[in-house]
Design a protein around this ligand. Structure first.
Ligand code: ARG
Length: 588
C-alpha cells in the first residue's frame, strides 16, 4: 500500500510531465494550512523558474489536468502558484478501508530485504550508568522498533564497555583484597569455580574503591595497567575472572533494561572482538594503511576537504594497549562478517562524534565495511531542572531502578489527583502506575529531537494534559472504553467511513498520514516525529469525540462508521506508542 501523499505526488508528477516539465515537481505534501486545503503542491514555482515562465501559468496548466481526475474534490491555485488540493470523501473512505484491513496499517516497507545492526545502550561493566546510557537505550530501542516495523531485518547489540582499564582496576583490587586467590595462581590449571566470587553489589562497591586507589597511588595505577595488559594478552585466570564480571553485570543490566521493556539481540562488547583485533591490525600494517607514529600505530584519516583538524585513529598505543577506536573498528569487521548489514547505526552521545568519524573513515579507507553505511545517530544531554546533567534524588550514581521508582511514585500521585483507579486492586494500580511512569520518562526523552539537550521536568511530563506520555495513554484508554461499551451493546464498527464533518475528515487525513510519519522518523532517525504524530492524532480524535455522540448516534451506518474510526484510531495510536516503547494500560 502506498501512502496517499505518494499517490497524489505521482498524479501531480504525471501532470507536470504532460506539460513537458520534470515529474519531480509534482511532490505533494499535507498542507501547511489545513484550514484552506488538505494537500498542497509547490512545484509550479520551481518549475517556472527553471522554464523561465510565469509560475501561475504553469500552476494553471497543471491544475487543469488535475481537475480532470475524479480523485480530487477541489483543485485551487493560491498565491504565486501553489496548488491546493482536496480529495473527495469517497476516496478518503476507500483508502481508510484499505488501511484498516492491512495488518501493518500501511506502514512503509523501506527495509524490505535490508539488514540493520543497531548499537545502543553501551553500559560499561562495573562502572555506574549515567543518563547518556539511559538516553541511548530509550532512543535506540525506539529506533530498533521503528526499523523493524518498517520491515528491516534488525539486530541490536548492547556493545558493552568491557575491555578497558576498569577491568584491570577491578582485577588488581580483588588481588589486594585476597578475595579469590585461585584466579591469581599462575600454576593453577584446573577449572575455575562456576559461581562468581563477586556479586553485582560487590562490584558496585569494589570499582569506586579501585578507582580511588589508582588515583591516590601511582603504584596501584601501574598494577591496574599491568593487569589490563595481561588480561588482554590472555592470562587464563584473569580471563576467567573477567567472564565472571561480565556475567554478573549482564544479569543486573538485563534486569534493569527489561524493566523498561528494552531488549537486545546481542550482548557483545569491546572484548568480544578480541580475537579479530590482532589479525586485523597485522593486515592493516601489511597493507600500509596503519603506520607508525611516535611509537604508536595509527591510521591517518584526514581528507583535504576537511575544515577542522582530523587526528589519526590510534590503533595500538606505544605500550601495546588497544583503544576504543581499535575495538570499534574490529567490531565493524565482526558485524560485516556476521550480519553483512546495509546499515550500522550507532546511537551514542554526540560528544563521541569525532571518534565515530575517525572509525568510519578508517573502515572506509581499509575497505572493511562491506556494503554497510556507517552512521552515528548522536544525542544531546538530559538535564535536571537545575540545568545540569540529570541526577536522581539520591545524587551521583544513577540506577535505572531508582529512576523507575521515582517516575512510578510520581505517576501514583497523579493517578490519585485525577481520581483514577480508586476502586482497583492494589496490584492493578501499581501496574498502571509503572506503565504511566515509564511513559512519562520515555516520552519526555523521545519528544525532543535527539540532538537537542532537554530538561527532564518530572512535574511537567507526568501531567495528564499537554504533550506527555500519560496524556496519550489516557487518550488510548478512553478509546478502549468506548469500544468496550459498544461491544457490550453489540454495536458493530465499520471501517469504511461515511464522512459528514470536518472533524471526521481531519481525523481520517491524520490516520492516513501514519505511513509518512513512520517513513519520516526512519529517514531522520528521529522518534520525535512519531511523538508529534501521536499527539496530533490524539488531538484530532479528541475534537471528533467532542463533536459527536458516538454510542448514542441513532443512524446505524453513521454510528458504525464512527465506531470504525474510533477502532482504527486506537490501533494506530497503540502502534505508534509501541514504537516509542510505551504500553497502554487496559484501563485507567
Ligand atoms: N561504552 C561506551 C560509553 O560508555 C558507549 C559504547 C557505544 N558504542 C560503540 N560502539 N562505541 O561511552
Amino acid at each position: 500500500m502506498t501512502a496517499l501523499s505518494a499517490e497524489l505526488s505521482a498524479i501531480a508528477g504525471a501532470a507536470f510531465a504532460a506539460e513537458g516539465l520534470s515529474e519531480t515537481f509534482g511532490h505533494v505534501q499535507r498542507s501547511d494550512r489545513p484550514d484552506l486545503a488538505q494537500f498542497q503542491c509547490n512545484g509550479a514555482l520551481a518549475a517556472a523558474k527553471q522554464a523561465k515562465t510565469n509560475p501561475r501559468e504553469v500552476a494553471q496548466k497543471v491544475a487543469a489536468r488535475l481537475k480532470a481526475n475524479p480523485l480530487f474534490f477541489k483543485v485551487e491555485i493560491a498565491g504565486p502558484g501553489f496548488i491546493n488540493l482536496d480529495v473527495t470523501d469517497e476516496e478518503l473512505g476507500v483508502r481508510l478501508g484499505t488501511m484498516a484491513k492491512d495488518r501493518r496499517l500501511g506502514a512503509p516497507q523501506t527495509g524490505k530485504g535490508k539488514a540493520l545492526v543497531i548499537d545502543f545502550g553501551g553500559p560499561n561493566v562495573a562502572k555506574a550508568m549515567h543518563v547518556g546510557h539511559l538516553r541511548s537505550a530509550v532512543i535506540g530501542d525506539s529506533l530498533q522498533r521503528l526499523f523493524r516495523a518498517n520491515d528491516w531485518t534488525v539486530t541490536s547489540d548492547i556493545h558493552m564497555g568491557d575491555w578497558g582499564l576498569q577491568m584491570g582496576q577491578l582485577i588488581s583490587e580483588i588481588a589486594h583484597r585476597g578475595i579469590a586467590p585461585v584466579y591469581f595462581d599462575p600454576n593453577y590449571t584446573g577449572e575455575y569455580p562456576a559461581q562468581s566470587p563477586v556479586t553485582m553489589d560487590d562490584l558496585e562497591e569494589i570499582y569506586p574503591a579501585a578507582s580511588a586507589a589508582c588515583k591516590a597511588d601511582p603504584a596501584r595505577l601501574d598494577e591496574a595497567r599491568k593487569a589490563t595488559a595481561e588480561l588482554q594478552a590472555g592470562r587464563r585466570g584473569y580471563r576467567a575472572l573477567w567472564q565472571q564480571f561480565f556475567n554478573v553485570s549482564k544479569v543486573g543490566l538485563d534486569r534493569e533494561f527489561s524493566s523498561l521493556g528494552i531488549h537486545f539481540d546481542m550482548w557483545k562488547g569491546e572484548a568480544s572482538v578480541d580475537r579479530i583485533t590482532v589479525p586485523m591490525v597485522e593486515d592493516l600494517k601489511a597493507r600500509h594503511i596503519a603506520i607508525e607514529s611516535d611509537g604508536a600505530l595509527v591510521i591517518p584519516v584526514e581528507r583535504n576537504t576537511d575544515k577542522k583538524e582530523m587526528p589519526p585513529l590510534i590503533l595500538v598505543k606505544s605500550d601495546g594497549a588497544v583503544l576504543y577506536g581499535t575495538t570499534d573498528l574490529a567490531t565493524v569487521v565482526d558485524r560485516v562478517r556476521e550480519q553483512n548489514p546495509d546499515l550500522i547505526l550507532y546511537v551514542v552521545d554526540q560528544r563521541q562524534h569525532l571518534h565515530f568519524e575517525q572509525v568510519f573513515r578508517a573502515a572506509e579507507k581499509a575497505g572493511l565495511k562491506g556494503k554497510a553505511a556507517l552512521e552515528h545517530a548522536g544525542f544531546g544531554t538530559m538535564n535536571g531542572t537545575d540545568g545540569k546533567p540529570f541526577k536522581t534524588r539520591a545524587g551521583g550514581v544513577m540506577k535505572l531502578f531508582d529512576l523507575i521508582a521515582m517516575v512510578t511514585a510520581e505517576a501514583e500521585k497523579r493517578l490519585t489527583e485525577q481520581g483514577i483507579g480508586e476502586d482497583y486492586s492494589a496490584e492493578e494500580r501499581a501496574d498502571i502506575a509503572r506503565k504511566v511512569g515509564i511513559a512519562t520518562l520515555k516520552f519526555a526523552d523521545l519528544s525532543n529531537y535527539r540532538l537537542t539537550d532537554y530538561i527532564f521536568d518530572l512535574e511537567r511530563f507526568s501531567k495528564f494534559e499537554g504533550k506527555t506520555g500519560p496524556y496519550l495513554q489516557y487518550a488510548a484508554v478512553r478509546m478502549q472504553s468506548i469500544l468496550r461499551k459498544a461491544d457490550a451493546k453489540d454495536l458493530q464498527p465499520h471501517a469504511r467511513a461515511i464522512l459528514h464533518s470536518p472533524e471526521e475528515r481531519a481525523l481520517i487525513l491524520h490516520l492516513l498520514g501514519l505511513h509518512d510519519a513512520m517513513a519520516g522518523a526512519e529517514a531522520k532517525r528521529a522518534p520525535n516525529i512519531l511523538c508529534e504524530y501521536a499527539f496530533e492524532l490524539a488531538q484530532a480524535f479528541s475534537r471528533f469525540y467532542a463533536a459527536f455522540h458516538i454510542l448514542s448516534e441513532s443512524d446505524d451506518a453513521v454510528r458504525a462508521s464512527r465506531l470504525g474510526l474510533c477502532g482504527l484510531t486506537l490501533a494506530v495510536l497503540t502502534k505508534v506508542l509501541a514504537l516509542l516503547g510505551i504500553e497502554v494500560p487496559e484501563r485507567m
